[in-house]
Design a protein. Structure first.
Length: 375
């Protein structure tokens, strides 16, 4: 049997610049890889067909369909059916015969009413979970600026490497964004990362929770910011090893982006220290490890939030863990045990954020404990 060729066109470049929720899109090379893998996964074992991705169709949306001779059919969706007409008009102008148009109607998984698969719907879900398009775009900008700075040599990125760096920025943004927007996350989301980044920024100018002497050096700021992005990158409620897996992802990024070894090792240590914030204080005393202790403070600072924000945090934790432990009563029992152990301990939760944060955190946890005990 003669082999056929399936040619797939992926939109890229200028055609996506004004796309809604563009920061929720995957980079072209990621989409290319995943589309090829999808076709590989679903095609029959006896399917004698090669699969080719048509390069960027920005300059010529019709592409090779204009002049191909051995062309069985053009597959379009209901939404892109007009494109099939345009292709046949272009073929006639090029002196080629018209091609059969096969129109398919896409439906979402489990749809009972013909609801179509919409990439916009997916992006809107991601945007909503990130706090809206403006918040999503702001997080992308923070990530892009941070990596451009962290990967610069003496503060300068070689012009020849700028495009390559931008590809890494976009690919790793896509990876981290998708991880933090996983559907089982309610507290450990991009919003959590954003709150930590905001506290770092305000501390650098003397208006945040950390002393300016701890957070204001360029190295400390970069270390804290990178840790914020990677410390909860891998997070599955109820499973051990989240921090180890997050650290491994960080190391993979370091290898890909050629991060300096000193920065690599310091962020690695902090990520692993978040396994147990309080006990890590004895292993890493604040005098010798100020940046590590500063991040532990930042990660725990939600405990010292105002009452309304703390309730949001507690509800997010409940939503993450209740399905895992086996229901509301078991969750309440286990959460009460955790809260009681912290409230009864005399060990300080914070190294730099001071007595008021400690007092507010204990007050919040005591109130949550009482609420759970009354259920």
């Amino acid at each position: 049997m003669a082999r056929k060729t399936l040619r797939l066109a992926l939109v890229a470049g200028e055609l996506l610049q004004h796309k809604r929720l563009a920061k929720a899109l995957q980079p072209f090379h990621v989409r290319e890889r995943e589309v090829l893998q999808f076709v590989q996964d679903i095609r029959p074992t006896d399917w004698h067909c090669d699969v080719v991705i048509i390069p960027d169709i920005t300059r010529d949306p019709i592409g090779p369909a204009r002049t191909l001779r051995d062309f069985d059919c053009l597959v379009v969706t209901t939404e892109t059916a007009k494109g099939g007409v345009v292709v046949n008009e272009a073929r006639k102008e090029a002196g080629c015969p018209e091609v059969a148009i096969v129109e398919v109607a896409l439906r979402s998984q489990g749809s009972q009413h013909g609801g179509k698969v919409s990439s916009t719907d997916v992006r809107e879900y991601m945007s909503d979970k990130a706090g809206g398009e403006e918040a999503l775009n702001a997080m992308y900008d923070k990530w892009s600026q941070l990596i451009a700075k962290a990967c610069a040599v003496d503060g300068v990125v070689d012009d020849d490497k700028h495009e390559q760096l931008q590809l890494k920025i976009d690919e790793w943004w896509s990876t981290l964004r998708d991880l933090y927007l996983q559907p089982w996350r309610y507290y450990h989301t991009l919003n959590h990362v954003g709150e930590i980044l905001g506290n770092i920024e305000s501390s650098c100018v003397g208006e945040g929770p950390l002393p300016i002497t701890v957070a204001s050096s360029a190295h400390a700021t970069t270390t804290l910011q990178l840790t914020a992005w990677f410390h909860d990158a891998i997070y599955v409620p109820g499973l051990d090893g989240n921090e180890d897996a997050s650290q491994q992802l960080w190391l993979k990024f370091c290898l890909d982006a050629a991060v300096a070894s000193e920065l690599r090792d310091e962020v690695s240590d902090i990520i692993l220290a978040t396994k147990d914030h309080v006990s890590s204080r004895s292993i890493y005393p604040e005098e010798a490890y100020p940046t590590l202790n500063a991040f532990l403070d930042l990660d725990l600072l939600i405990l010292a939030a105002d009452e309304d924000r703390y309730r949001e945090y507690a509800e997010g934790i409940r939503q993450e863990y209740e399905p895992v432990v086996g229901g509301s009563s078991i969750y309440a029992q286990q959460r009460c045990g955790f809260l009681a152990s912290v409230c009864n301990s005399k060990r300080a939760m914070f190294a730099f954020c001071g007595g008021p944060s400690e007092a507010q955190a204990r007050s919040n946890m005591e109130m949550e404990l009482k609420r759970l005990q009354l259920q």
